[in-house]
Design a protein. Sequence first.
Length: 207
Amino acid sequence: MTGFDTKRAALAAVLGVSALTGLTGCFPIVATTAATTALVATDRRTAGAQLDDQRIEMRANKLIGDTSLEPWHIDTTSYDRRALLTGEVPNEQAKEQAGKIVSGIESVRGVTNELQIGPNASFQERSQDTVITGRIKASFVDAKDLNANAFKVVTELGVVYMMGRVTQREADRASDIARSISGVKRVVTLFELVSDADVSKPPSDSQ
């Protein structure tokens, strides 16, 4: 099975779980497990990095939520232990505070603070951002020359942020696709550029 076929199979398994629920009590669990395994296998981060990224995001949400910043729309996205902050805060001091909180979390290797000063995004604006992100991800899956699971995509008020361990060709291709999506105002790339040889190697924490 090719990398593209693996992506398709994993996606199909995930989408098919709800439809299969009425047929059997155990098969959906098997399908979900298979899909998760396929997605993890095609991720260019190590298993340790993937777990750390989940912990970083959860810890950031908890720590920020315990401060005066709690009412504000602040999202933390971590890829390969590098954190991205997006959303809105009331002033520069709040932006710096959020950045310091996240930079102090264990395993964080760096923070890109893209918080904007202004009112919280509306429900309609956030919904539109979700639609844009979904369309970009779907376009990556449809692109036969990209590994969609190598990218993490975040959209905030029409600005698209992309993270991942990718080659220059993949970075350029993904950027072109993202810019072609309706509603995208700007594309910010936070890629870790690697060689074709590095892509073909199994992930290693020494990278």
